[in-house]
Design a protein around this ligand. Structure first.
Ligand SMILES: Nc1ncnc2c1ncn2[C@@H]1O[C@H](COP(=O)(O)OP(=O)(O)OP(=O)(O)O)[C@@H](O)[C@H]1O
Ligand SMILES: [Mg+2]
Length: 345
């Protein structure tokens, strides 16, 4: 059982200059039969109200585990958080009791998942599931809850919301199911919305519509949003800043327009070069060579060195710190200057 005091919930309006959300040196590991999997190795970032942070990285880089730690939905054990803080309006969520944490989860920090079909309950109507948020957390009657559900379904632009209230999840298309999950996530006006690959399962046109909807809802409510994706293509229009993860660490963080202008880490550069471009039809699509690191057996020095075209001898031995390039930018590459200068390898 986790620590139970002090048990003061984060202030609604926020405390002084504390960011809405601040991760500080977060570590998450899993005890497995094969050994300790260090999934998150010292992640720090901040998020303010109205801001969108895109968290980017290949499969297995620790994006979802970080999000699950923020939500408090990791199974502990096998998960363990040996170190770090997750401050929400100045209060470390990791020090709250489970009861206080429940007040935050889903209500003040909400999350939408990649796969709406498995996140929604197949045996209840969508109206029932959305209205449950209001019955359980706001003590509303069934009737008032249903009225709220219609309101929300309208808001996320589900056509003929009132008529569809009593339909089941499988009766909706993938895009519409994702809208239902978004409706549930925003039902209680969360201050932080975490979207974990919300559009990966959808086709490109629907992806764009869902991203547009999220951006619009955010503008209206001023929530802070964490958008997890492995697709740099979708973040350009919606995100303010980007954190790039590799092997459970942040290897670069930057404002979106800076990163598109010139990446400061070879891994980010590789990701950017793997985006399909309509203006370069016929060109072979670049893919970063090699495989993501094995978290049970991380390479010494920089975890990216086996795949890195900029590698020098010290990359194999010295773990690069997160060098500060400017007030809004960091790179965990000993040779960030060369990368930033566009010195092509
Ligand atoms: N319950 C668990 N037990 C052991 N290892 C786990 C567990 N959950 C996650 N991991 C490991 O932690 C690492 C990070 O996983 P995570 O789900 O955060 O990756 P991700 O960046 O979200 O990738 P993806 O893009 O595939 O969703 C992976 O290597 C994964 O295998
Ligand atoms: Mg994931």
């Amino acid at each position: 059982m986790r620590k139970t005091s002090p048990d003061v919930l984060p202030a609604e309006g926020g405390l002084g200059n504390e960011p809405l959300l601040a991760l500080e040196d977060l570590h998450v590991e899993f005890g497995t039969r094969a050994g300790i999997v260090r999934a998150v190795n010292g992640v720090s970032y901040t998020l303010d109200s109205g801001e969108t942070l895109a968290v980017l990285g290949e499969s297995g880089s620790g994006k979802s585990v970080t999000a699950q730690a923020i939500m408090g939905i990791l199974d502990m054990p096998p998960a363990r958080i040996p170190k770090g803080e997750i401050r929400f309006r100045g209060t470390d969520l990791l020090k709250l009791s489970e009861e206080a944490r429940t007040q935050v989860r889903g209500q003040r920090i909400a999350m939408i998942f990649q796969d709406a079909l498995s996140a929604l309950n197949p045996v209840f109507t969508v109206g029932w599931q959305i209205s449950e948020m209001f019955r359980v957390h706001r003590g509303m009657s069934k009737r008032d809850g249903m009225a709220k559900a219609v309101e929300l379904m309208d808001k996320v632009r589900i056509p003929a919301a009132r008529q569809r209230l009593n339909d089941y999840p499988h009766q909706f298309s993938g895009g519409m199911r994702q809208r239902i999950m978004i409706a549930m996530a925003i039902a209680l006006d969360p201050e932080v919305l975490i979207a974990d690959e919300p559009t990966t399962a959808l086709d490109v046109t629907v992806q764009a519509q869902i991203m547009e909807l999220l951006a619009e809802l955010q503008r209206e409510s001023n929530m802070g949003m964490i958008l997890i994706t492995h697709d740099l293509g979708v973040v350009a229009d919606v995100a303010d800043k980007i954190a790039v993860m590799y092997g459970g660490r942040i290897v670069e963080n930057a404002l979106v327009h800076d990163i598109y202008k010139a990446p400061a880490h070879p891994y980010t550069k590789g990701l950017l070069e793997s985006i399909p471009r309509v203006d370069l039809k016929g060109q072979e699509l670049y893919a970063i060579k090699g495989l993501p690191p094995n978290l049970l057996d991380m390479p010494p020095g920089c975890a990216f060195h086996p795949r890195c075209p900029y590698r020098q001898d010290n990359c194999v031995t010295d773990v690069p710190p997160l060098y500060e390039i400017s007030g809004t930018r960091n790179s965990a590459c000993h040779y960030w200057r060369e990368v930033l200068d566009g010195d092509n390898r």
